[in-house]
Design a protein around this ligand. Sequence first.
Ligand code: ZN
Ligand code: MN
Ligand code: MN
Length: 291
Amino acid sequence: MIPEFKDRLIGSHILISEGLDKAVYHAEKLGCTAIQIFTKSSSQWNAKKLTDEQKAGFLEARQKTGISVPLAHASYLINLASPEPEQWNRSVEALFQEVDRCQFLKIPYLVLHPGSHKGAGVKEGILRTAEGINRLHEHQKENGTVILLECTAGQGAAIGSKIEELADILNEISDQTKIGICLDTCHLFAAGYDIRTKESFSNLFNQFDQILGIEKIKAFHLNDSQKELGSHVDRHAHIGKGKIGLEGFQYLLNDPRFKKIPMILETPKGTDDTFDLMNLTQLQKLIRLQK
Ligand code: ZN
Ligand code: MN
Ligand code: MN
């Protein structure tokens, strides 16, 4: 059985090794109505220039499938919070390249990790990250790609695990029209934010609304967590098979404030589509539960 999401934007992170267009058709085959991709290798700085054929194929696939709001995820190498000038410069350059590719492919959102301060301190990391994004916006004024800072699990010296830290970064950004937030449920939970009960769920989003504004949330990553609340360890689990459990996802999926927000699975993959279909079907069941 293939799930059906109709008026919702629900999908999975799909690999583009077979081609950008193939990734979109693959998502459609799984019942997805949204998609996230890397537009280049997530672990390499450089990439081949995209061709007009790739672009045409990607746009045609989106039109044919109705998967109209793709998200891109930036390379894991980028660290805008880095105190090392060489790494920081390289990261800003790589970010320029990422948004260029998004613009070329007409991808509206680029998900980006805020980075690691590597011992220089949270405050420093926040300022450097914001400076990198401001630099991008100044240099690429005509590029409308919206950067979505992803909340982190708070592993090591990673910044962005607290709502206040995300708010501090956003407050430093000059162009507020090109910045938003992507909330990853596994990262939230590992950072100590509970969504397992109705009360904790509503507390979290009340808190988020007061500190940052709920309208800043432009995407969700739906992942259960292998590790306990507040563990600061980022290990994704299948939906309902981790420490968060089904109830939290049920609240999120049925919250009227989030019904138009893309929600993307980054759950473990096997050698075929089995796990993706299992997780997507689980999400669909949870959406129906409250209808
Ligand atoms: Zn991410
Ligand atoms: Mn994520
Ligand atoms: Mn993660």
